[in-house]
Ligand binder design. Structure first.
Ligand code: FRU
Length: 497
């Protein structure tokens, strides 16, 4: 069975970095149209994700001096709906203690820090300072943790005079603090990546920290140094009792991801304010694609758990063919937990706010024209092999599908367009199926230069960049197994800029 859909998007200009004439300067070749990117220059990890007074704050690793990694600042952007973003001035600059590496931010509602004044609630940012002078002197105590606060809803920040608040104990990689409030002990809990393990610290006031425990030596994937952790509790789908909440610990690893390069694993288990105990020793991945790293979740979002990842792989982030800016984020995604075969798995979906961008949908039989960005939704009547092929008349194609024999979802971008900028970019990437249902569901969100696959209602996620020389203008859904498509629809999405 083959469905063919032709798209009518006019070819985008492929010459130069045309910042002029573009609304807001945000439509150069390969510029994502439904994803956050900085207007210009280098970005990596999302930092300081915090929701306050109706505004989602995104801070991010940023080098305002060029389109490659350099002295790290915290860039800043804000959004009222997680979808449309406003670029804000740089929030944190390097100082004598070092570059501003990754970290988090919290709303200190009870003013435990004492930074609040005149009834103004402090936002407190907790981040790593990376001291290059010590690095060059080959010292081990290069990375220390510092804090800063804002009394004007994130616009301006004051660094704490007593920085650093956690001094390096003699561990070369000692970074990326993620802080949460743990109500039962009335303590802030700080989760830190320390080379080959996670360290937990606690504090009554965000300034004085006590080491609680270590986690992870000999557990999970250790292909590279551990980075950018996150810790949070999640209710299990379908249960409401308190005992059915599961603790989730994210750990990004610099090398040894599920399809090579870096990747983010997660552990499920229990946390009691002092130690984390896992309930599953198998390695589980937040995203099986090549392009989702250092992702963490927003603080202060009530019952929602919303995730943002850095959508590229560190292996080639510095050479992707975008020169004005480098890297964007994944779609904002809402996380849940589901129990499959007696084990807990993350369930990940694009946030519901994405529907703001919908411009109406068509079923395939209408043979409509569609333009990227778009979302394709599909539900099969049985479990069998099928593929979605996106192609253009330059002979470039990206393939997303399910291989029944192997029991795997996959994205094949071998011939997807520009792939030769790095030897690791081209390839077919796979993810073993987690879902057990008798049908297959797929949501594929395609932007100008990315594909995000949410399979089996979000049990398997794959994020992959693609750089077609002209937009894909044809979508085919093919199944040699004769799989029946119960639902097959494409929804056009408006750009956000
Ligand atoms: C992850 C990371 C973090 C670090 C930051 C530096 O991509 O290496 O561990 O804080 O990037 O930019």
């Amino acid at each position: 069975m083959t469905f063919i859909l032709f798209a009518g998007r006019p070819a985008i200009a492929q010459t130069g970095n045309d910042l002029l004439g573009a609304p807001d300067g945000m439509n150069e070749p390969y510029r994502p149209q439904i994803h956050f990117t900085p207007r210009a220059h280098w970005m990596n990890d999302p930092n300081g994700l915090v929701y306050y007074k109706g505004v989602y704050h995104l801070f991010f690793q940023y080098y305002p001096g060029g389109s490659n990694w350099g002295p790290m600042h915290w860039g800043h952007a804000t959004s009222k709906d997680l979808v449309h973003w406003k670029h804000e001035p740089v929030a944190l600059y390097p100082d004598t203690l070092g570059y501003i590496f990754s970290g988090s931010a919290v709303v200190d509602k009870e003013n435990t820090s004492g930074f609040g004044s005149g009834g103004r609630v402090p936002l407190v940012a907790i981040f790593t300072q990376h001291d290059t002078a010590r690095e060059h002197a080959r010292r081990v105590d290069v990375e220390n943790q510092s804090i800063a606060y804002s009394l004007d809803e994130g616009k301006t920040w004051t660094k704490y005079a007593g920085n650093p608040v956690i001094k390096n104990p003699g561990v070369r990689d000692f970074r990326d603090p993620k802080v949460m409030w743990y109500a039962p002990t009335r303590r802030w809990i700080l989760t830190l990546a320390a080379q080959d393990r996670i360290m937990f610290f606690s504090s009554p006031d965000l300034k004085s920290w006590k080491k609680e425990s270590d986690f992870g030596v000999g557990l999970g994937a250790h292909g590279g140094v551990w980075e950018c952790p996150d810790l949070f509790a999640m209710p299990v789908k379908g249960f409401s009792a308190k005992s059915d909440s599961v603790w989730v610990l994210f750990v990004s690893i610099g090398w040894g991801g599920p399809n090579g390069g870096n990747g983010t694993q997660y552990f499920t288990g229990k946390f009691d304010g002092h130690t984390f105990t896992e309930n599953d020793t198998a390695v589980k991945w937040v995203d099986h694609g090549r392009d989702d790293y250092a992702g963490v979740t927003w603080s202060n979002t009530g019952n929602r758990r919303i995730f943002f990842g850095w959508m590229v792989n560190g292996a080639y982030a510095g050479v992707v063919p975008t020169e004005v800016w480098r890297s964007g984020n994944t779609l904002p995604r809402e996380l849940g937990i589901d129990k499959v075969g007696g084990r807990y798995f993350l369930v990940t979906k694009p946030v519901k706010e994405l529907s703001i961008l919908e411009e109406g949908w068509k079923s395939f039989k209408d043979n409509v024209k569609v333009e990227a960005p778009f979302e394709l939704q599909l539900l099969t009547g049985s479990v069998g092999s099928f593929r979605v092929v996106l192609s253009n008349n330059a002979g470039e194609r990206a393939v997303v599908g399910f291989d029944k024999g192997a029991g795997q979802w996959y994205v094949d971008r071998s011939g997807s367009g520009k792939v030769d900028f790095h030897k690791e970019f081209a390839g077919r990437h796979v993810a073993s199926r987690i879902g057990l249902s008798k049908t297959l569901s797929l949501t594929l969100v395609a932007d100008v230069a990315s594909l995000e696959l949410f399979a089996d209602d979000g049990l398997t996620v794959m994020s992959e960049l693609v750089f077609p020389s002209k937009p894909y203008d044809k979508i085919e859904v093919v199944s040699e197994d004769g799989v029946v498509m119960k639902t097959l629809k494409v929804t056009k999405l408006k750009g956000i800029w």
